[in-house]
Design a protein around this ligand. Structure first.
Ligand code: MN
Length: 263
C-alpha cells in the first residue's frame, strides 16, 4: 500500500513524524508537506506564484520527504500530479496539533489537504489530536490512524471516502471507545484583540475553545466522552441530502426572476 503523508503544521511538526512512522508499519510512506506552519489555510491553493519544492533529510529510513513552499492543498496536488512515481492508495494528513471538529473543519488545513485528495478520487483521512496542557499525544493518534489504514488495506472501500479522525487527549488505555459520528456545531469561537501602532489599528484573531456544546452522536460529543471520533465528510456534494428544506428558496428565485420552471 502506497501512503502519501502530509499535514498543515509543517515539515518540522512532531505530529507528522509520529504519523509517518506509524504508517510505515502498514505501507510505503512518502511525505510531501509544507515547509512551515500552514494551520487555518483550509483547502486553499497557491495560484499566483511558483511553488518551490526541496527534498529534505528524513527522520525515517526509507521515507522520501519533500518540503513545499505552499499550502497543504498544494502539497497533495503536486505529490499526485508530479512528485510521486505512482499514485497513492491512501492519503493521510496530520497528526494535527489540536482537534478539528464540527464546522471548524472548513478552516482546517489538515482537513483541506485530505479534501484535495478526496476530490481527486483517493480515500483520504485527516488525523487530529486534541490537547490540553503540554503537547498533543501524537503517538496515540498515529496508532489510531495506522489501525484505520491497516483496515482499509485489508478491506478497501468501494467508493473513496473523506474521513476525519479525532483523538482525545488521553493515553490509549484511558480512551472510552471509538464512535462513528456526524459533524457537530462549531468547536471554537474567535476572540479579536484590537490595538494601535502609531496611526494604524491592528487586530489579532485567536481561536478560543468552547466545547460545552457537544451533542450526542457528533464528533464534539465523542471528544467530551473521551472517545475517538471517526466522521465521514462527504459535505453532501453528491447526495444533496439536506437540500429538501431549501426548496422554497428555489421557488423564491423562480418567482422573482420570472423563470418558468420545467419541473
Ligand atoms: Mn495545524
Amino acid at each position: 500500500m502506497r501512503i502519501l503523508v502530509t499535514n498543515d503544521d509543517g515539515i518540522h511538526s512532531d505530529g507528522l513524524w509520529h504519523l509517518a512512522e506509524a504508517l510505515s508499519t502498514v505501507g510505503e510512506v512518502s511525505v510531501v508537506a509544507p515547509d512551515r506552519d500552514q494551520s487555518g489555510v483550509a483547502a486553499s491553493l497557491t495560484l499566483t506564484s511558483v511553488l518551490r519544492v526541496q527534498e529534505v533529510r528524513s527522520r525515517l529510513d526509507g521515507v522520501v520527504v519533500n518540503a513545499v513552499q505552499g499550502t497543504p492543498g498544494d502539497c497533495v496536488i503536486l505529490a499526485i500530479e508530479s512528485i510521486l512515481d505512482a499514485p497513492p492508495d491512501l492519503i493521510v494528513s496530520g497528526v494535527n496539533r489540536g482537534a478539528n471538529l464540527g464546522h471548524d473543519v472548513l478552516i482546517s488545513g489538515t482537513v483541506g489537504a485530505a479534501a484535495h485528495g478526496y476530490m481527486k478520487g483517493f480515500t483520504s483521512m485527516a488525523v487530529s489530536a486534541r490537547y490540553g496542557k503540554g503537547d498533543a499525544r501524537y503517538a496515540v493518534a498515529a496508532r489510531a490512524a495506522a489501525a484505520v489504514a491497516r483496515a482499509l488495506k485489508e478491506a478497501p472501500l468501494d467508493v473513496p471516502q473523506l474521513i476525519n479522525l479525532n483523538v482525545p487527549d488521553l493515553d490509549a488505555e484511558d480512551i472510552r471507545g471509538v464512535e462513528l459520528t456526524r459533524l457537530g456545531p462549531r468547536a471554537f469561537v474567535e476572540r479579536v484583540t484590537k490595538g494601535r501602532d502609531g496611526t494604524r489599528t491592528h487586530y489579532w484573531i485567536a481561536e478560543d475553545r468552547i466545547l460545552d456544546i457537544a451533542p450526542e452522536g457528533t464528533d464534539l460529543g465523542a471528544m467530551r466522552e473521551g472517545a475517538i471520533s471517526i466522521s465521514s465528510l462527504d459535505f453532501g456534494f453528491s447526495e444533496g441530502a439536506h437540500a429538501a428544506p431549501l426548496h422554497y428558496l428555489v421557488e423564491a428565485v423562480l418567482a422573482d426572476l420570472g423563470i418558468h420552471s420545467n419541473s
